[in-house]
Design a protein around this ligand. Sequence first.
Ligand code: HEC
Ligand code: HEC
Ligand code: HEC
Ligand code: HEC
Ligand code: HEC
Length: 187
Amino acid sequence: MSSRLALSRGFSTVLTWLSPRRRLVWLLGVAVLVVATATVLRAARQAPVSQPIAFNHLIHTRDLELGCEFCHKYVRSGAHSGLPDAENCSLCHRVQLGTSEEAAKLTKMINDGEPLQFNKLFRLADHVFYTHRRHVGIAKLECQNCHGAIADTEQPPTRPLVQITMNLCLDCHRKRELTVDCNACHR
Ligand code: HEC
Ligand code: HEC
Ligand code: HEC
Ligand code: HEC
Ligand code: HEC
């Protein structure tokens, strides 16, 4: 007998011991548990993101005053902004800058011709249609609206600083009297 079969036999035996009223309470309890578990699993859906180099936004955006577009090339023109690769960094890091171990590791990677691939942090489900072109290129919205203070971080965040949910989109669209039509965002 498979363990699943044993489990379901056990389950029906327990049910026959109970009065119909108790049975209902019991089943409702199980239903609540299933929903609660699903909610917890959804929250944990996104595993922590790790990066090949401990990049420091603050040094590059505040001290060096590099614009976001320097590393996120398509943020005004594309659906996706894009992440930088070794070529972006090699402009300055072909030689050792400062004394940090991470900068040394980066310089070695660049000179060894090793590829540098950063991992995506913010992501939407495939059923949602979103473009940076529309929001940054045309509407000139601040990155902060949707990404929080990522430009001030000194370590790569392992989880999105802001959870981009349907409500985040809808709150702004309602405030500005823009579309809230399901088909505009879900295709
Ligand atoms: C315009 C030049 C420039 C570019 C382009 C650039 N960096 Fe830097 N980076 C610097 C300077 C300057 C420092 C500061 C060095 C110091 O004094 O410690 C630095 C520091 C760092 C450090 C050390 C951070 C720390 O906390 O000490 C890392 C890691 C780093 N950069 C990664 C990158 C990566 C990854 C890229 C490409 C995506 C990149 N940099 C692109 C100039 C640049
Ligand atoms: C010198 C390159 C560089 C510059 C300039 C830069 N970034 Fe980044 N950005 C990175 C790197 C590398 C990562 C991935 C590692 C990390 O998260 O720190 C990243 C990640 C991000 C992410 C998360 C992307 C994802 O995977 O979902 C956002 C959002 C972001 N940057 C916003 C900004 C904003 C806003 C600015 C301008 C104020 C900016 N960045 C300027 C290199 C840069
Ligand atoms: C209206 C909300 C909004 C604004 C404003 C916004 N973003 Fe994003 N960004 C998103 C969403 C949503 C994603 C995830 C997209 C996906 O997974 O399809 C994302 C993803 C990213 C990524 C991950 C890489 C990629 O290509 O998907 C980077 C980098 C990024 N944004 C940078 C920026 C920068 C820089 C700015 C400001 C110049 C900015 N974003 C403004 C909503 C926004
Ligand atoms: C802070 C405000 C803001 C947020 C947050 C925001 N939007 Fe928008 N959205 C705008 C603006 C402004 C426009 C109009 C741009 C223009 O002038 O074309 C727009 C336009 C759009 C359009 C085009 C609408 C049409 O009529 O074709 C789509 C699709 C869209 N947004 C999807 C999203 C999604 C998906 C999200 C969440 C991930 C989101 N938006 C979050 C401000 C926002
Ligand atoms: C302005 C953009 C926007 C509009 C308009 C919009 N949605 Fe969404 N919707 C989103 C985003 C963003 C998500 C979150 C996707 C994710 O978690 O990655 C989402 C998620 C969902 C989900 C999945 C929920 C889940 O748990 O993943 C459903 C179902 C949904 N939307 C239905 C609708 C319906 C029905 C309408 C019309 C009444 C609508 N949406 C209008 C942006 C939008």
